[in-house]
Design a protein around this ligand. Structure first.
Ligand SMILES: C[S@@+](CC[C@H](N)C(=O)[O-])C[C@H]1O[C@@H](n2cnc3c(N)ncnc32)[C@H](O)[C@@H]1O
Length: 203
């Protein structure tokens, strides 16, 4: 797939079947495409998380894709990073990234937590329009112990849409999550796209 995949309709609601098909097609060129656009969110998220947990703490990279987010976590100093994704094609590349101590395929709406407990679950570019739905927050909260951290991003189209933020507000109001950190910055800067990175604690 070419750079053309990074156009606005990538960030639109779609079914799990369509999402899997997009990532199956994109897996081989994903890294080149997003790196060429300056993909910055994984590094911003990993560096922010370092201010909240120790480098040796176990982390799950949820929606790890080809492993770019795991590489960012490793570069930030984290030493025990597990990864999971629903796309076998993306996972094939993650295997070659060589940064995960455990790696497995999961089904939408569930994660196998037999390898936990996790100090944090990271979802870089995953819970957003065109990928995992906002209900994914419930799955991730259920997989974390009280006090565990959820580190995730909302890109600009997702922020503009507002439905993911509305869902997050509901979780905060219900007392399930407390936001510790939130900042806007570059996501795909060569596409003039930013993202919010957010770190929240399970309460
Ligand atoms: C934009 S990529 C981000 C990959 C990686 N985190 C990164 O930063 O490069 C989105 C990933 O989310 C995965 N994904 C989409 N829907 C998902 C779901 N419901 N549950 C888990 N992963 C999902 C896709 O397979 C894809 O690998």
């Amino acid at each position: 797939m070419t750079d053309d995949v990074l156009k606005p309709d990538l960030w639109a609601p779609r079914s799990v079947t369509e999402t899997r098909a997009i990532y199956a097609d994109w897996a081989d060129s994903y890294d080149a495409d997003v790196i060429a656009s300056g993909y910055a969110t994984p590094t911003r998220l990993a560096q922010a998380l370092r201010d909240h947990i120790a480098a040796r703490d176990r982390i799950l990279d949820f929606g790890c894709g080809t492993g770019l987010s795991g590489k960012a976590l490793t570069h930030a100093g984290f030493t025990d990073v597990h990864g999971t994704d629903i796309s076998p094609e993306m996972l094939g590349h993650a295997q070659n990234a060589g940064v995960y101590t455990q790696l497995w395929q999961s089904e939408p709406g569930s994660i196998d937590i037999q390898h936990g407990p996790y100090a944090a679950i990271v979802a870089a570019g995953v819970i957003s329009l065109g990928a995992a739905p906002p209900e994914t927050f419930e799955t991730l909260i259920g997989a974390l112990p009280a006090g565990g951290l959820l580190a995730f991003s909302f890109n600009d189209p997702t922020l503009t849409d507002g439905s993911y933020d509305a869902y997050l507000d509901g979780l905060i109001t219900a007392g399930k999550l407390t936001v510790l950190y939130r900042a806007h910055g570059p996501h795909l800067p060569k596409k003039d796209m930013g993202s919010d990175i957010i770190i929240a604690r399970v309460t």
